[in-house]
Design a protein. Structure first.
Length: 169
């Protein structure tokens, strides 16, 4: 039996095909672009990353040949977030990288609540995480708020988008 691991990082996606002894049989890496449209903004195109993951998965399956793939795993940066349509699984915003700090003003706005937020969530108040990015994005784009209220959109980490897009669930 063989196993496939896909690791999508900030600027590249890597895939590995392992055998049951843990030996790497095949690996490949595809770079993808980061965009910096303004100061403090760091974005990527979730569809490009999705296509990269699909392509690498297919290449690993081909490389496995006649040996069945027992299972696969997906490792993704945790703090890259986006909005996407529930029904079509189409991104409606860029994927905001963990490096993106456009929500810094939100962090400052809520700084007096940072201890309470730490107690509730176990994470520090930081533009790195999804909450401030979510609030920043809906304040900047009232159409997002409307679509959220209508139940049309998901907001979540890139890993959730990729999982839904690759599995259909």
């Amino acid at each position: 039996m063989n196993y496939i691991i896909i690791d999508s990082g900030t600027s590249a996606t890597k895939a590995f095909l392992f055998n049951s002894d843990g030996v790497v049989l095949h690996s490949q890496k595809i770079k993808h672009a980061l965009f910096r449209p303004q100061q403090y903004h760091v974005e990527s195109d979730a569809l490009v990353i999705l296509e990269t993951c699909k392509s690498l998965f297919e290449k690993m399956v081909i490389a496995s040949g006649d040996i069945p793939v027992h299972s696969s795993g997906l490792a993704i940066q945790r703090s890259t977030f986006l909005f996407w349509e529930k029904e079509s699984c189409t991104p409606v915003t860029p994927a905001l990288s963990w490096q993106d700090s456009r929500a810094y003003a939100i962090v400052e706005e809520f700084s007096t609540h940072s201890d309470k937020l730490w107690q509730i969530t176990g994470t520090p108040l930081s533009a790195h995480f999804g909450g401030p990015k979510f609030l920043h994005m809906i304040r900047e784009n009232p159409q997002l708020q409307k679509r959220i209220k209508n139940g049309e959109l998901y907001f979540g980490p890139l890993s959730a988008f990729l999982s839904q897009a690759m599995t259909g669930t």
